[in-house]
Design a protein around this ligand. Sequence first.
Ligand code: SAM
Ligand code: SF4
Length: 441
Amino acid sequence: MKEQQTYFIYTFGCQSNSADSEQLAAQLLQAGYSAASAPDEADLIILNTCCIRESAERKIYGKIGELKKLKIADPQRIIGVAGCLAQKDKEKLFAKAPHLDFVMGTFAVGHLLEHVNRVKENREHVLSVWEQADETQRLRPSNLSGQISAWIPIMYGCNNFCTYCIVPYVRGRERSRPVNEILQEIAALAEQGIKEVTLLGQNVNSYGKEGDVKASFADLLRKADTIKGIERIRYMTSHPRDMNQQVIDVVKNSRSICEHFHLPVQSGNDSILKAMNRGYRIQDYRALVNAIRQTMPESSLTTDLIVGFPGETDELFNQTLEFVREMRFDAAYTFLYSPRSGTPAATMPEQIPSAVKKSRLQQLMDIQNEISLQINKQSEGKVVEVLVEGPSKNDSSAFVGRTRTNKIVIWKYTGSEHIGELLPVRIDKAQTWVLKGTLVN
Ligand code: SAM
Ligand code: SF4
């Protein structure tokens, strides 16, 4: 056997999963494992999974199938599934893929080594899907070398039960982490050279409402803003129902909290919003956006939209298009509604045929892309401050960074810029998803 055991983690899905993968990696590093650069070089492979839409599940099952050949090549290699799909499908995963060694749910994230050790001892399937969260002490992510940004979960779970969404079923009820624990973690990250943190939760604006935290999200942001060394603070996701003027004011008066608001609206029609159980009306959303834009005219606004929710007629869909034209979002993440078994919307009448959903998605994307381009064009000729992230993946002679408003900026590498610096870049050419520019001396 090799002296040092190695691991490889696949991460699917949202930022909560990225943060969980860091937790899994931290446990392995502490136990003496090292990271492998490819799955076929790893003694332990983990798939940290997502089940938000059927398309995500299909992709993951495909990847699990592919890994069978690595198990055959080396039967001692351990392959496990963690995350939301594990929480949802449980032993079904073993039935579909007997070459898996363990399946661990979202509540068991802190217990990876126990599962791995049980597999090593008994060489049998280990199923560990709990129905209750075990709030073990989080390890500080320790594999951050070369990174300038980090994820920080501030709360887990969700209480909202939007009728289309599986998250509350696979991530449990809302639990907020104590303020001091979060602040200490951010300060420790700053000492390690991290410049940007993103505070994570399914509904960050309800931080502290449950349990004995006794602080609001606005309080947490205000305190986080005082931590030296952190240049930028981001957060996601905000629920439009719980976002308030207090938070908007804290962002405005802060040094480091970015002027980017991600407010998923999901639909532009009140009856669909009601059927989705979103808890706000279009006029509430409009008022919120007006308040943000009045307070910070330079801020950016992005959203999530679902097309083809049950009962969405052409007329109701057209109202969403109208609303998108009215709001002029900087960008929108658009999704085909995907029925999730066990959620109320999956059994609602008037499910929309797939072809209709696809055609609506295309119309929506065409309109939004045009708006994104128009908005981005306004920055041509302007100088923006970017946080340097590093070389571009597609062009080794270019560097990439982000503005405070979360726009991606690409420029020709000059040799003088360093990862983690804040630098001015003049925008020469705007595209729908990126701004191309030149570094200003
Ligand atoms: N908690 C966040 C919120 O409330 O906006 C984000 C949750 S989810 C990880 C991200 C996005 O996926 C949602 O905003 C929604 O647009 C989309 N989504 C969730 N369930 C979906 C489903 N069943 N079909 C299609 N899109 C879905
Ligand atoms: Fe899902 Fe709604 Fe919770 Fe977001 S707020 S995670 S969409 S149930």
